[in-house]
Ligand binder design. Sequence first.
Ligand code: SAH
Ligand code: DHB
Ligand code: MG
Length: 221
Amino acid sequence: MDEALWNEMDGFIVEKLLPADPVLDAVQAASEAAGLPAISVSAAQGQMLHIFAKMMGAKRILEIGTLGGYSTLFFARALPEGGTVVTLEADAHHAEVARANFARAGLSDRIDLRVAPAIETLPVLEAEGAGPFDLIFIDADKPSNPAYLDWALRLSRPGTLIVCDNVVRAGRVLDAASTDASVIGIRRTYEIAGAEPRLTATAVQTVGAKGYDGFALLLVG
Ligand code: SAH
Ligand code: DHB
Ligand code: MG
């Protein structure tokens, strides 16, 4: 398939539909300069997440996997007055870059960044009574996705939308014999989500600046 074409089409979509955004451009430049991997959502995908959050009137958003905070900012900008994004990041360097990016965007006051492996922070959030969250974005270490889905359900309410990134991985997820821990984690998450009566679930494949991948959309009923 034609990655160059997907890329060019993504550029067209962003140019036609998204406002020029010097702040987010600076955020991506700062993340790149700090040596972070280029694995954030694309601009068009970030805008989709922003639309989901706005559509739901989400006031409490949980993100697992911050990186430089690019997706976090699409969520933070969608919040009503008094809303918060709690975002979980294990890597101290990524978190430091994200913190500077939140300040750059003037949105630090709406973002609660917790620096620790998510599997440690999630029970802390439950103990704090931080939930239920209106929208939960799972986008960290893929082998842990089954555990993150379990936690997402515990921190949700009927009506919560759980969005899971990277559920296609260029079709590698089709390989039932894969020994890749990420593929195994993602495949297991499909099994759990498909068997969970509380979820109305689908996944949508995507192509574009981030190659061929997809999002799972899991609505808690
Ligand atoms: N949501 C971001 C991209 C996240 S990339 C965006 O779209 O802009 C995945 C991030 O998850 C990386 O920063 C990585 O350090 C972090 N991560 C990996 N394992 C983790 C863990 N166990 N707990 C929390 N974060 C983790
Ligand atoms: C990887 C992680 C992501 O969240 C992503 O969107 C793309 C790639 C990775 O770990 O390779
Ligand atoms: Mg991702």
